[in-house]
Design a protein around this ligand. Structure first.
Ligand SMILES: *Cc1c(COP(=O)(O)O)cnc(C)c1O
Length: 417
């Protein structure tokens, strides 16, 4: 099948793509269909997908169980609003997510990760107002972090990645500190009394460059927050649902946050859905006779029924299929393929955790040319600048994963030549 020029040419003149300088960005690849771990291009070729559509399609594309759940829900009831109404899938999903993350807690649904983080920040601010009558309006977050693209979430992103210079004067000023300097963080929280919460991507900072840190760091953050009286928010939008090898990074690290945000792989890449989970203690500050203590937030599609149905089906798959074993096998294969690259002078660092493998190059290179070579080789890999990473679906076969790692290794070899 060949491209119908009317939709592609006519449409591309009006489509504004994410994170792209439209004038110079290479033409996007037209995808006709997806299948397992493959993107079927309009021109007929298939590419092995190393990204899983921004890390969402963890069961592979078109998993029959997820498609069936979406179909069934669409037939019955595409959606009803959660204002004054409720439906089974949202209620069931809330109970399951709370049990898995913060038992006894409450789950607030939104439709994107950025909004889930906004809601977490709002909950943190209102928690202090409701529980102590305190105005705490600032957050601490970490360099290299990414929490979304809305204004509040940009303010807690890495200052460069979050384009703080471009939006100077518009973004609220937060404290974005070094994840290695925990003494500095302790001093900061001791000094500044208007800190609502500390916000971190646990174990892996994803979009900021696939940077990993140890569970010890998170245990230390928990200690500092308890000692200094700040809430701890884990943004598990990247790490949640198996990516680090455990269902959640919080489980893997053995650290319990006060608020957790979920998104991305929540529906296995089938529908947009995100969630903010508050612990029982945090929620208790809102549960009151005073209407002014209610959480004032309400996305139109909060608890989108098709999304919740698919998310429930995705959790069923995690229970019934050996996803976490598959992640462990992927971790071993990624480590075996990438660790030897440390010897290359073009490689600055290799990071593997769960179903995430990253090779950080030592120097800038022509990213567009590398992307084009990947496509030429039949793989879809989208480097984050000098960090070439793989975050495949957990169901990827060893042979497919081998083709992805070989493409990355060859690129590193080419750059050290
Ligand atoms: C992707 C991401 C977000 C933002 O989610 P969107 O759905 O793109 O708004 C927030 N935090 C983390 C850790 C993410 O990876």
């Amino acid at each position: 099948m060949t491209t119908d020029p009317s939709w592609l040419e006519g449409g591309l003149r009006h489509l504004w793509a994410p994170y792209a300088q439209m004038k110079t960005a290479p033409r996007p690849l037209a995808v006709r269909a997806t299948q397992g771990c493959r993107l079927i291009l309009d021109e007929g070729r298939a590419l092995i997908d190393g990204v899983a559509s921004w890390w969402t399609a963890v069961h592979g594309y078109n998993h029959p169980r997820l498609i069936e759940a979406a179909r069934r829900q669409l037939d019955e009831m595409p959606h009803v609003m959660l204002g004054g109404l409720v439906h089974e899938q949202a209620a069931r999903l809330a109970a399951r997510l709370a049990r898995m993350t913060l038992p006894g807690g409450r789950v607030f649904f939104s439709e994107s990760g950025s909004v889930a983080v906004e809601v977490a920040m709002k909950i943190a601010v209102q928690y202090w107002r409701n529980s102590a009558g305190e105005t705490r309006s600032r957050f601490v977050s970490f360099k290299g972090g990414y929490h979304g693209d809305t204004f509040a979430t940009m303010s807690v992103c890495d200052p460069e990645e979050g384009m703080h210079a471009l939006f100077a004067g518009v973004l609220p000023a937060q404290h974005v500190v070094d994840l290695c300097d925990l003494d500095g963080l302790r001093a900061l929280l001791g000094r500044e009394k208007n800190m609502a919460a500390v916000l971190v991507e646990p174990l892996i900072q994803g979009a900021g460059g696939m940077r990993v840190h140890e569970a010890r760091t998170l245990r230390c953050l928990r200690e500092i927050c308890d000692e200094q009286g700040a809430l701890l928010i884990f943004d598990e939008i990247f790490t949640g649902f198996g990516r680090t090898g455990a269902m959640f990074a919080a489980n893997k690290a053995g650290v319990v946050p006060d608020i957790m945000t979920l998104g991305k792989a929540l529906t296995g890449g089938v529908a947009p859905l995100a969630a903010t989970v508050a612990s029982a203690r945090v929620y208790a500050a809102f549960h009151d006779d005073d209407p002014a203590k209610a959480l004032m937030h309400g996305p139109t599609f909060s608890g989108y029924a098709v999304g919740c149905a698919v998310a429930n089906a995705s959790l069923d798959l995690f229970e019934e299929e050996p996803r976490l074993h598959e992640v462990a096998a992927i971790e071993a294969m990624l480590a075996a393929a990438f660790e030897p690259l440390r010897a290359s002078k073009a490689v600055k660092d290799v990071r593997v955790l769960g179903a995430m493998g990253a090779v950080e190059l030592a120097a800038p290179y022509d990213v567009e040319a590398a992307r084009a070579r990947f496509i030429e080789r039949g793989v879809f890999i989208r480097p984050l600048g000098q960090v070439i990473y793989l975050t495949p679906a957990y169901v990827i076969g060893a042979d497919e994963l081998g083709l992805l790692t070989a493409a990355v290794s060859e690129e590193a070899a080419r750059l050290s030549a």
